[in-house]
Design a protein around this ligand. Structure first.
Ligand SMILES: *[C@@H]1O[C@H](CO)[C@@H](O)[C@H](O)[C@H]1NC(C)=O
Ligand SMILES: *[C@@H]1O[C@H](CO)[C@@H](O)[C@H](O)[C@H]1NC(C)=O
Ligand SMILES: *[C@@H]1O[C@H](CO)[C@@H](O)[C@H](O)[C@H]1NC(C)=O
Ligand SMILES: *[C@@H]1O[C@H](CO)[C@@H](O)[C@H](O)[C@H]1NC(C)=O
Ligand SMILES: *[C@@H]1O[C@H](CO)[C@@H](O)[C@H](O)[C@H]1NC(C)=O
Length: 394
């Protein structure tokens, strides 16, 4: 009798110690988890509160809003690991599947009055430039602010600019880059930032978060340019093109860019665009416009947003836009002036950066920072003379 009671006590003690250790580790895990979601899957908790005071960047949240500072953190979908072949998938694809259902993240930086004091006033914004930019790309944002993405009155209508971003890095690095963004935003008031990892496979999430914001803050902007921060966009030409449309109110369908069709998911696991069957079974994509940059009307942006509610996220953001359009029965179309695949310069001896080629186009992909700066000034040089063969040769 006594013997078994000792055993009982010993076992109980062991259990208690184990439990304490478990709780201790679990607590550490939850704290680290805020900084690094690349860690092991967090231990499941029924309600995990996003405790902003734990994070050094909590000040952002406290400053931008006096509402609740607690967020329900989106739970990892552990059953995602049940799909066949899950363990053979690259890490970022596994990550995508774990968090595919998450569509809401805390906003770190906002510009509530970007389009006017009230959502109604957003009718005054003719062209909203929505530029995907990672926190690393400070130099690109700086040059865009001075060149094609300058906030301005162009041909009698307003152009406004906004950068959309997530977070990068972990720990101190993440903190420092968020601080940079905060300082930039204090000066330029042009950054929307949410607390999710700004990775290639999260670009669709970024688009959806933007559309969510637009619906609340800027629902009546007439037109949008949606693009990367390494494009050269001739926004003067863009305004001219949009003003020349039969419907230039933005309340009808418009979606133009570099049209891509009759393609499907890339199934080679080494590719940046690798989409395995576990992510999308179908072997075809709907028609879409290359994500480097495309133009759309406010009407179409809001339609895409509505459609997105019932379409599971796909990691390739431009294809996802095509899926939303297809669901709404709308079509993307091609515009000769959008060259996201680069510009074809007629002869090898010709200068690929001859400004004459760029006066006629509306958008070209892959420009370095200094090239954007120089080109913007050269195409505005009143003394620039181009022969017709140069400007029609594009
Ligand atoms: C916080 O919000 C309440 C109600 O919305 C408002 O009355 C109050 O002035 C706000 N406080 C600050 C410091 O902004
Ligand atoms: C996923 O797998 C786990 C363990 O194999 C199992 O307990 C769970 O029921 C599965 N979930 C689904 C949704 O099939
Ligand atoms: C989680 O993943 C499983 C397997 O892919 C899927 O069937 C389920 O709908 C997912 N749950 C959520 C909430 O997305
Ligand atoms: C997307 O962001 C969420 C939140 O930071 C993160 O948990 C997830 O791993 C990211 N997904 C990918 C594919 O990077
Ligand atoms: C354009 O050419 C005129 C005459 O050659 C010159 O005076 C002027 O400074 C030039 N303007 C610019 C911006 O180079």
């Amino acid at each position: 009798m006594r013997r078994s009671s000792y055993t009982f006590e010993a076992v109980s003690l062991l259990l208690i110690v184990t439990l304490c250790l478990f709780i201790l580790f679990n607590k550490d895990d939850a704290a680290n988890d805020l900084d690094d979601s690349n860690n092991q899957p967090p231990i499941k908790q029924s309600v995990k509160l996003y405790k902003s005071f734990r994070m050094q960047q909590s000040q952002n949240l406290l400053k931008t809003s006096n509402e609740t500072h607690f967020w329900l953190e989106c739970e990892q979908n552990t059953s995602a690991a049940n799909v066949s072949g899950f363990l053979t998938l690259p890490r970022h694809v596994q990550d995508f599947l774990y968090y595919r259902h998450c569509r809401q993240f805390p906003m770190l930086l906002d510009v509530p009055n970007l389009c006017g004091a009230t959502p109604q006033e957003s009718t005054d914004v003719f062209l909203l430039l929505v530029i995907k930019s990672s926190p690393w790309n400070y130099d690109r944002r700086e040059v865009l602010r001075k060149t094609w993405a300058k906030d301005r009155l162009q041909n009698g209508v307003w152009i406004r600019r906004v950068f959309i971003s997530g977070t990068v890095g972990v720990g101190r690095e993440k903190y420092k880059l968020n601080k940079l963004m905060e300082l930039e935003n204090q000066e330029s008031e042009d950054i929307l930032q949410w607390d999710f990892h700004d990775t290639f496979f999260n670009l669709t999430l970024k688009q959806i978060l933007f559309l969510d914001w637009m619906q609340k803050r800027c629902p009546h902007a007439r037109f949008l340019l949606n693009g990367d921060d390494d494009i050269f966009a001739n926004t003067d030409n863009m305004v001219e093109y949009l003003q020349g449309l039969k419907d230039n109110n933005g309340d009808e369908h418009l979606f133009v860019g570099h049209l891509i069709q009759y393609v499907g998911p890339i199934r080679e696991s080494g590719s940046k665009y690798y989409v395995p069957v576990q992510v999308q079974e179908s072997d075809s994509y709907p028609p879409y416009c290359g994500g480097g940059g495309f133009l759309l009307s406010g009407f179409t942006a809001m339609t895409i947003y509505k459609m997105s509610h019932s379409i599971p996220l796909l990691p390739i953001d431009d294809v996802y836009m095509g899926m939303c359009l297809e669901k709404a029965g709308l079509k993307p179309v091609s515009h000769f002036g959008v060259r996201t695949a680069g510009l074809h310069v007629p002869s090898e001896t010709a200068d690929a950066y001859d400004p004459c080629y760029y006066r006629e186009i509306i958008l070209v992909h892959r420009f370095l920072v200094h090239q954007i700066y120089v080109m913007w000034h050269r195409i505005h040089d009143p003394n620039l003379t181009c022969t017709s063969s140069e400007s029609s040769g594009i």
